[in-house]
Design a protein around this ligand. Structure first.
Ligand code: PEP
Ligand code: MN
Length: 346
């Protein structure tokens, strides 16, 4: 439920609405706008009587949000969410942010070489997992805390921001110490205790679509994070289970305009997990930017044939450089641009 205040409503009147919400046992989220303040009532389980607020001084109208996801919907917020990152980078605005790097951190030399390669091609965020959710318990599980230390080193050397995965609520604090963006992986999209945890940590969250999740389920998972008070969520389309083994997943390009029509949150695309084959990554990266993606998540490895995870879908550095050139042209064709590293003029 949204309680819209009159443009001339006083601070006291806004406070009274918030206090009434608290007295009823719900959370008030005041959102000052250009014209007027709106107060969101978080946690409405259907028992709140809107007329109680309509009677309060300064209240213009009470809006019942009809969608099952509330705070992520356009009904809740009319402006696109722009997730601000350190160094002036932002996801969800005009520019398209490219996050690239290996599937996993494997060693100091590997991550530094990968970071240098993606930075020189124009990426602004380094992606790599220190904690890896693998389908098999016998596959490489990641370097853990040591991997985080190496990611921090790569950031220090290159200036790239870091996106890396937190696998469980217990490990999320450690990840948050290093990550500029905390990734919640496809397998964890419905790990509600993890969603609540990253909702409380306050760092931007990259939420990947589950292996067979509907778009509504993706948005409801994002709602968990916003409901805890963290508005900085970036959605990620990474393909869903299909029936055809020609690709690893069925990369759902249409999810981009669908999400854009339903939510103010930014959405980025991961054509690497979406296709599973490196020759298919660049065409789908181009298509995702053309479809309106706010960013890309691309796996790049200095020696993909020796990668400990996802080598077949990892680009060689020179392939990534080409991807950057081509997606830059696509971005410009639709009036956007690829985000530049801090300090580089647009
Ligand atoms: C990854 O980004 O390396 C990853 C594990 O992705 P997903 O959760 O989409 O499978
Ligand atoms: Mn991977």
């Amino acid at each position: 439920m949204l309680i819209v205040m009159h443009a001339e409503a006083s601070e006291d009147q806004i406070r009274r609405v918030c206090d009434t919400i608290a007295e009823l046992g719900y959370t008030a989220r005041p959102m000052p706008g250009k014209q007027r303040t709106t107060v969101g009532l978080v946690g409405n389980d259907g028992r709140v009587d809107g007329s109680r607020f309509e009677a309060l001084p300064g209240v213009a109208e009470v809006i019942h949000v009809s969608k099952p996801y509330k705070q992520v919907s356009w009904e809740w917020r009319a402006e696109p969410t722009i997730v601000k990152l350190p160094g002036g980078l932002a996801i969800g605005g005009e520019s398209v942010v490219v996050m690239a790097g290996p599937c996993s951190v494997e060693s100091e030399s590997q991550i530094l070489a990968a970071a240098e390669a993606v930075r020189s091609a124009g990426a602004t965020v380094l992606r790599a997992g220190a904690f890896k959710p693998r389908s098999s318990p016998y596959s490489f599980q990641g370097l853990g805390g040591e991997g985080l230390r190496l990611l921090a080193l790569a950031r220090e050397r290159t200036g790239l921001l870091i996106v890396t995965e937190a696998m469980d609520p217990e490990g999320a604090d450690l990840v948050a110490e290093v990550a500029d963006i905390i990734q919640v992986g496809a397998r964890n999209m419905q790990n509600y205790s993890l969603l609540k945890k990253v909702g409380r940590l306050g760092k931007p969250v990259l939420l990947k679509r589950g292996l067979s999740a509907t778009i509504q389920e993706l948005l409801l998972s994002a709602e968990y994070i916003l409901a805890e008070g963290n508005p900085n969520v970036i959605l990620c389309e990474r393909g869903v289970r299909g029936f055809d083994s020609a690709t690893r997943n069925l990369f759902d390009l249409s999810a981009i305009p669908v999400v854009k029509s339903l939510s103010h949150l930014p959405i980025v695309a991961d054509p690497s997990h979406g296709t599973g084959h490196r020759e298919m990554v660049t065409p789908m990266a181009r298509a995702a930017v053309a479809a309106g993606a706010d960013g890309l998540l691309v796996e790049v490895h200095p020696a993909p044939d020796r990668a400990l995870s996802d080598g077949a879908q990892s680009l060689y550095p020179e392939q990534f450089a080409r991807l950057m050139k081509e997606t830059r042209l696509i971005a410009e064709a639709i009036g956007r641009r690829i985000a530049q590293p801090a300090g580089v003029p647009a």
